[in-house]
Write a protein that binds this ligand. Structure first.
Ligand code: SAM
Length: 263
């Protein structure tokens, strides 16, 4: 078989002792987006044969766990689980290994066996990426980072929109090591939000005080929400417009009149 330029990363992986050419994708993602830092705990979903695990271990030096349908051959300092990320029992096993405190980084390079039917493969890829997001939401620490591979297609935008709501900063990125004809792209979410509310959520609240910037300040499940253009004594229906790590902003959807304040 011709050793063309496209296989540069394949040969480079062999030369540098990495198990897959995909290793370079994670190196490039990390170089650009700073996903894994020293000491981080990392869970890698769809990790066989283990190239990303080797890179993750090298970058973090911390606790690294790989999960795959296939058995992953031993890597020093890395734990592995054989399991299906589309089923509930696998996340339970992961939590048994990682503990309840959560992890700093969740990665997912899982891919379905390609059938050649574009629509079918896209759907399977979205299914895996959706499972990965659900797993990440259950095991990421506040401010944790997430990387997931998705094959582009008509469900891609909905996936992005949904995934974006869970992180302070998000982007879609295609590393150089992805083959030029590949439909794959990586969603990157940084600083996982553990807020008890999301963009678009609506609540009825009473405004008891204004902050120094003049916005109303209310607490929803102990989370601070700044409400624009309200006065003390107003009862309003609000809609969350932006969620940050420790607070959110809301607009008034409907004024519900005045309520009796204690003074
Ligand atoms: C492209 S490979 C991952 C390569 C890996 N990042 C590396 O650098 O070695 C995709 C992997 O996803 C796994 N996979 C596909 N569906 C899965 C599922 N439902 N649960 C767990 N792993 C899955 C496959 O077994 C395969 O090993």
């Amino acid at each position: 078989m011709a050793r063309d330029r496209r296989d540069y990363y394949y040969h480079q992986a062999k030369k540098e002792g990495y198990r897959s050419r995909a290793s370079f994708k994670l190196m490039q993602i990390n170089e650009k987006h700073k996903i894994i830092k020293r000491g981080d705990s990392v869970v890698d979903l769809g990790a066989a044969p283990g190239g990303w695990l080797q890179v993750a271990k090298k970058l973090s030096g911390g606790k690294v766990l790989g999960v795959d349908l296939q058995k992953i051959d031993y890597i020093e300092g890395v734990e592995t689980i054989q399991g299906d990320i589309n089923i509930e029992s696998t996340i339970k096993t992961i939590i048994q290994v990682t503990g309840l405190k959560g992890v700093d980084v969740v990665l997912c390079d899982a891919a379905p066996n390609l059938s050649g039917n574009w629509s079918y493969d896209h759907t399977r890829s979205i299914e895996l990426a959706t499972s990965a997001l659900e797993y990440a939401k259950r095991i990421l620490k506040q401010k944790g980072n997430f990387v997931v591979k998705v094959f582009q297609g008509d469900m891609f935008n909905d996936y992005l929109q949904n995934a974006r709501e869970n992180f302070v900063r998000t982007t879609a990125y295609s590393p150089k090591a992805s083959r030029s004809q590949s439909a794959e792209i990586y969603f990157i979410g940084k600083e996982f939000l553990t807020a008890p509310l999301h963009k678009g959520d609506e609540f009825v609240v009473e405004i008891n005080k204004l902050g120094s910037g003049g916005d109303g300040v209310v607490l929803i499940e102990k989370f601070i929400v700044f409400v624009k253009e309200v006065e003390v004594g107003e009862k309003v229906r609000i809609s969350i417009i932006d969620v940050k790590l420790n607070f959110a902003f809301a607009d008034v959807k409907e004024s519900l009149g005045k309520f009796e304040t204690s003074e």
